[in-house]
Design a protein around this ligand. Structure first.
Ligand SMILES: NC(=O)c1ccc[n+]([C@@H]2O[C@H](COP(=O)([O-])OP(=O)(O)OC[C@H]3O[C@@H](n4cnc5c(N)ncnc54)[C@H](O)[C@@H]3O)[C@@H](O)[C@H]2O)c1
Length: 375
């Protein structure tokens, strides 16, 4: 087993999730790597103070250079607002640091191109992009079923990632609801990678896309309670031509849905459906004795990287974060084997190519061709 020292830049919602996942690392059976959280950079004193509870953290700072220049740190987790991705990821590459970068891997297509070009020029840097939802055991079973070819010729695929907290018009504005910090792509920057990871890994790169983009809530209360322009897309529904109809939905306003990730694929020989709203079950379609059958398989918590958790127990978001980090560190160590790897830089760029076409489609009202990925 090898030890890996980790530093976090951006100790907010997701930085704390990684700290918690490392704290639960012993739940993994036989993982080849043992991570240790040693340093955290955040410009907010409140955010930094949270990490005082982690005994292994030896450095808390507001200066990211301290992490970039620290020879003891092997891997960085870069989890900052989108307008900082390009600058920070390029700095990490220049410093020769391996990293898991949060999505969307650059605020827009131009930023993603420059990050991926820098990575292409620095093959020694092992970089991946975050996307944890495909590590739910049900998502893994759906992915394996599709990639095995068991569905036969594909008829159609629907894939969605759905939130609903923005249904509350009184929810205060934050950086994710302002184009300046989140990016012009709005919800597509926020939730897009979650519905791109498996389609791109399965080779479904759309030729064209028609997007219906919605800006439903246009103002939100600012810090002083006064209304502030909320200038990001709330919901995006992409109708893509991937050789079959591929519908990709990303919504902040989907009544009744709380972080619901779902995938439904139908082919001539079978179908499969999984939703994190029912985390223990996968539905599979087949025709048996001339009858159409949807059957429900109980998947439990049996994940790609085995854990101490009993197989009948429920799997959740924090388990998915643990599995994603297990995949990142295993792949970095050359021990991923046949498991699903994290989003590659080339896939992150391909996702941006699709989302850029979707943004143009929303602006023009026409279907747009998706540019060939540069890398
Ligand atoms: N994978 C997922 O499921 C998931 C979920 C939420 C967010 N994200 C992504 O994670 C990233 C961060 O989102 P979040 O929800 O954690 O945001 P957050 O606002 O909770 O945390 C961001 C942190 O970055 C800090 N920060 C800002 N500027 C900084 C700087 N110059 N140097 C150091 N720290 C700085 C802020 O003080 C804050 O603590 C984004 O890219 C977002 O899209 C991913």
């Amino acid at each position: 087993m090898s030890d890996v020292s980790i530093g976090i830049v951006g100790g907010g919602l997701m930085g704390r999730e990684l700290a918690a996942a490392i704290g639960r690392w012993a739940a993994l059976e036989d993982h080849p790597v043992r991570p240790r959280l040693e340093a955290v950079c955040d410009t907010s004193p409140t955010a930094r103070a949270w990490f005082e509870r982690i005994d292994s953290v030896r450095l808390l700072t507001d200066d990211r250079r301290a992490l970039l220049e620290d020879p003891e740190l092997d891997v960085l987790y870069l989890a900052v607002p989108h307008h900082l991705h390009e600058e920070l990821y390029l700095e990490a590459i220049a410093a020769g640091k391996d990293f898991l970068g949060e999505k969307p891997f650059g605020i827009d297509l131009g930023a993603a191109r420059r990050i991926v070009a820098a990575l292409d020029a620095s093959p020694g840097v092992f970089a991946r992009c975050s996307s944890e939802m495909p590590y739910f055991p049900g998502a893994q079973l759906a992915y394996e079923t599709i990639s095995s070819g068991a569905l036969g010729e594909l008829i159609e695929v629907e894939h969605a990632f759905l939130h609903s907290s923005d249904l509350d018009r009184a929810k205060p504005i934050n950086w994710k609801r302002r184009a300046e910090f989140c990016g012009e792509l709005g919800v597509m920057n926020d939730l897009g990678m979650h519905v791109m990871h498996l389609p791109l890994r399965l080779g479904w790169r759309p030729r064209s896309v028609y997007a219906v983009l919605q800006d439903i809530v246009r103002e939100r209360p600012g810090p002083d309670g006064e209304p502030v322009r909320c200038d990001t897309w709330d919901n995006a529904t992409l109708h893509a031509d991937a050789g079959f109809p591929l519908t990709l939905a990303m919504k902040r306003i989907a009544p009744g849905e709380t972080n619901t990730w779902r995938l439904r694929a139908l082919g001539m020989d079978g179908g499969v459906e999984f939703s994190t709203a029912s985390p223990k079950a996968v539905r599979r379609f087949s025709v048996r004795d001339g009858r159409q059958v949807w059957e429900r398989l109980e998947t439990g918590s049996q994940s790609a990287f085995a854990t101490v958790t009993g197989p009948i127990f429920e799997f959740g978001f924090s388990d998915a974060i643990l599995q994603m980090w297990a995949a990142y560190l295993a792949e970095r160590a050359g021990a991923l084997r046949d498991r699903l790897g994290c989003v590659t830089p080339a896939e992150a760029l391909a996702a941006h190519e699709i989302l850029h076409a979707a943004q143009e489609s929303g602006a023009t009202g026409s279907a747009m061709m998706v540019a060939a990925a540069a890398s």
